[in-house]
Design a protein around this ligand. Sequence first.
Ligand code: C2E
Ligand code: MG
Ligand code: MG
Length: 575
Amino acid sequence: MFEPIKILLVEDDEDDFVLTRELLHEIFGSQVGLDWIADPDDALDAILGNTHDICLVDYRLGRRDGIDLVREATRQDCSAPIILLTGLDDREIDIQAMEAGAADYLVKGQITAPLLDRAIRYAIERKRIQESLAKLAQYDPLTGLANRSLFQSRLKDALANAKRTGQMVAIMLLDLDHFKDINDSLGHPAGDALLKEVAARLKHNVRETDTVARLGGDEFAVIATNIDHLEGVATVAEKLVDAIAVPFGFEYHEIRTGTSVGISVSPPDVSEPEHLLKHADFALYQAKSAGRGTWQFYDAEMNAKRQARKTMEDHLARALGRNEFTLFYQPKVHARTGVVTGVEALIRWLHPEYGMVPPAEFIPIAEESGQIIEIGAWVVRTACAQHLAWREAGLPPIPVAINLSSVQFKDGNLPLTLRAIMAEFGLSPQFFELEITESVIVENTESVSEQFRMLRKLGHPIAIDDFGTGYSSLAYLKQFPVDKLKIDRAFVANITEDPGDAALAKGIIALAKSLGMGVVAEGVETAGQLALLRRHGCEEIQGYYYSPPITAEAFAAWYRARAKKLKDADAASVA
Ligand code: C2E
Ligand code: MG
Ligand code: MG
């Protein structure tokens, strides 16, 4: 059984009303629900009541023009199509009617039942198609939430509104933790079900007047309007985080996800939609890096820092190609004999604008971007070339210690890369000690210990850098046998004043000796520090006391001067 069609007829002429009613009865039988409005002043309200399937509006309505009525009704979200009925067959009026938003235009004298029937059915069908197209263009078909385009127009409206009323607008951006994993492991139906569930939970936890949108993938957004204080926004964000964290059942699985929320609020934030969105995005990034399952407001200062970092990243990405890196070398000296035992290669970035950038500033960035892999290979090559160049210049083979980042162990290619470079230069790995930090061995994955074994097998001596600052335990040292420990310079710095640090340094030296390892003290700056380390049996010394890191040329000169001094001293002692 069909619902009876509901028709609104706006007609100030009673005869015409009777005529039209008869036609309608002829078409729809007595099933038609017909409301008649005779007073043009009541017409707009009746149309906007939106309770009819179609409106038939007379063109000439006493004081009021039917076209104006159509225009006004269309502007104000009238949901039913409107057919204009007129006594005149006039092309001009026809065009005006269409422009005003009328679905059709019928000339009264010519209306027959089949013609009216067809006009009504077509108008309703066209409206239905129009609406579903509009919906398709504005809503996400999976979740029924607003899509990005509707989100943007709602945001624009909300901001314009807020400007007028002086209230705040907040946008919250969220995405789901491990959505890709869930999709990959449980399949797309599970992913879809999860997205729908999340959409429902978000809607459930915000106000009716707020907009919840799916911007794409697992990215959602909320526009909250009429806000009078930030705590309110934080409370909502908290609720959203909690709601998403509740596990949900799909088939026989329990799916767990979580979300972080990035929030920007205007004012005090900017009021251009794009900027607000960018800021929320940045806040989301911050929330995620602060540990998932939290919310974060946009912070301008942090953003400035990130901008600077981003610029640094861009410059760093080009640094290798532009030959902006160089290696400095810091000598290591035997504690008792004073003989040079080798150098440590320390990278420097000579940026055309920034000047000399210290490794502490750019290595972490290169690690995060993965660029350290390439840079690391460049360091080894450059060290090899330098080793050969010094030999050419008449120096003995100088052992060069190379710093490795834990990231260089990530792809498992490190031993092969090193082997290839050593072969390329025809050099023995024994001259190239590798300095790794405790963080590498603490990770203790199968892959790391495998690479570790391979590197030792190739013949690279291995030293643990910054020893004492990480968390390595004696058990690790047993599992990862190394050749040398480098006492971190933080302990060396206070060794003569702080008995605790002195005891630590002494302990590390004793530990190294008992395990048959060498030991180097780094950051030695004073004769007092040197004397103390010497007394405790430290073998090698590195630090400003002898020399800061210097260029390759400077090192060659330094080396010659030192060799000469040692020889003279030797000769003197013989004499
Ligand atoms: P590190 O390997 O512990 O290097 C020793 C750092 O101590 C160097 O800082 C050196 O200049 C500094 N130093 C040496 N003697 C003294 C001293 O007597 N007093 C003081 N106050 N400092 C001294 P630098 O060159 O700034 O390097 C910092 C860190 O950057 C290095 O620490 C190392 O972890 C990393 N790094 C340097 N070059 C490379 C590289 O080629 N690859 C990797 N992955 N990391 C590198
Ligand atoms: Mg080092
Ligand atoms: Mg160190």
